[in-house]
Design a protein around this ligand. Structure first.
Ligand SMILES: NC(=O)c1ccc[n+]([C@@H]2O[C@H](COP(=O)([O-])OP(=O)(O)OC[C@H]3O[C@@H](n4cnc5c(N)ncnc54)[C@H](O)[C@@H]3O)[C@@H](O)[C@H]2O)c1
Length: 326
């Protein structure tokens, strides 16, 4: 039999590490593999869980007709050389909890995961998913020392998808025809921008009255909590995994999609030294550009309010981490 000499470029399959093999992490692993985007290393602190999930996903390969490998592990050495690292490790909310209530439990988990992951994949692009999102992304940025293009948080894509869903449901149109942009922090102070929401180019302000738009905005702000209240145990994971996968895809395929992403700001929108959701172009190097939209005074105020609450929580998280290390 003739074997052609293999080219290292053609034979290279990108590798995405997903830290945390819980509901978001395992669903994300499934999405990445089944979209044929990359091999996936699924890592968790609990022994057996990532290995079992990976084997289960591997057994579906022939049925789903993809050829990506999924490896389950508890060992960071297996993540070596990843192009992208996604951090989903940490606790989700219980009914009645806000995302900020997770600060204490998740700060240490995220910092430890980020440090271990960067040691094995120094060239990777990091996407943080763990809540409270904007604060955890800041901590991971500090822990890794990455340039701002290569570290970001996922929230805006999900919050925008929720807003789009509620608009589509209200108007009875295809969700894919609705485009919306939600900026700001991932929490009660997020900043949905109805002025920039359209159905195939038609502003929703021409299709819905102000009171209806306000109701849909409120439901978007409460989108995560609505699901937590319904399920009692854990939160949303299908749409969060899809939203993260959209970001992974834009980076791996260098699609240059313009997406709302929690990015480190250095003066944009008059904000400094904070991660917060803003429109960014995502390509093979990570964040290629932070787009500065023109905002009204009211929108700018809402964004600043959002950033102030993130900043307060960053200070709180740093206090917690200092006390832990004493
Ligand atoms: N940014 C967003 O829009 C968004 C959306 C949904 C969920 N989330 C957040 O994502 C996180 C995960 O949610 P989930 O529903 O998958 O939770 P989950 O409880 O199902 O999974 C979390 C996993 O993390 C693992 N883990 C804990 N400590 C770890 C460590 N030190 N190293 C490696 N793994 C560790 C756990 O064993 C568990 O398997 C939560 O913080 C949740 O609030 C964020």
């Amino acid at each position: 039999m003739y074997h052609s000499p293999s080219s290292s470029i053609l034979c290279h399959s990108p590798r995405v590490t997903v830290i945390g093999a819980g509901r978001v992490g395992s669903t994300l692993a499934q999405r990445i593999a089944e979209k044929n985007l990359a091999d996936v290393v699924l890592l968790d602190i609990v022994e057996g869980i990532p290995q079992g999930l990976a084997l289960d996903l591997m057994e579906a390969r022939g049925l789903e007709l993809h050829h990506r490998k999924i490896i389950g592990t508890n060992n960071y050495a297996d993540t070596t050389g990843s192009e992208i690292v996604v951090i989903t490790a940490g606790f989700p909310r219980k009914p009645g909890m806000s995302r900020d209530d997770l600060l204490r439990t998740n700060a240490k988990i995220v910092v430890e995961a980020a440090k271990k992951a960067i040691a094995h994949s120094p060239d990777a692009i990091f996407i943080v998913v763990t809540n409270p999102l904007d604060v955890m992304t800041y901590l991971a940025w500090q822990a890794t020392g990455l340039p701002r293009a290569r570290i970001m948080g996922m929230a805006g894509v999900l919050d925008s998808a929720r807003f789009e869903t509620f608009i589509a449901m209200e108007l009875g149109v295809l969700p894919g025809d609705v485009k919306a942009m939600v900026m700001g922090s991932h929490g009660d102070l997020m900043v949905p921008l109805p002025r920039y929401a359209t159905v195939n180019g038609i502003p929703i302000t021409q299709l819905l009255d102000a009171a209806t738009i306000e109701r849909l905005i409120e439901r978007t702000r409460n989108g995560g909590a609505e699901i937590v209240e319904l399920m009692h145990t854990g939160g949303a994971f299908f749409a969060p995994a899809s939203a993260t996968c959209v970001m992974v895809e834009s980076i791996l395929l260098n699609q240059s999609r313009l997406l709302p992403v929690a990015a480190y700001l250095q003066g944009e929108y008059g904000l400094n030294d904070v991660f917060i959701g803003v429109p960014c172009r995502l390509g093979c190097g990570g964040i290629a550009e932070v787009l500065e939209l023109s905002l009204t005074e009211e929108e700018t105020q809402a964004l600043h309010l959002s950033a102030e609450s993130v900043r307060r929580n960053i200070d709180k998280a740093q206090e917690i981490l200092t006390n832990v290390s004493k």
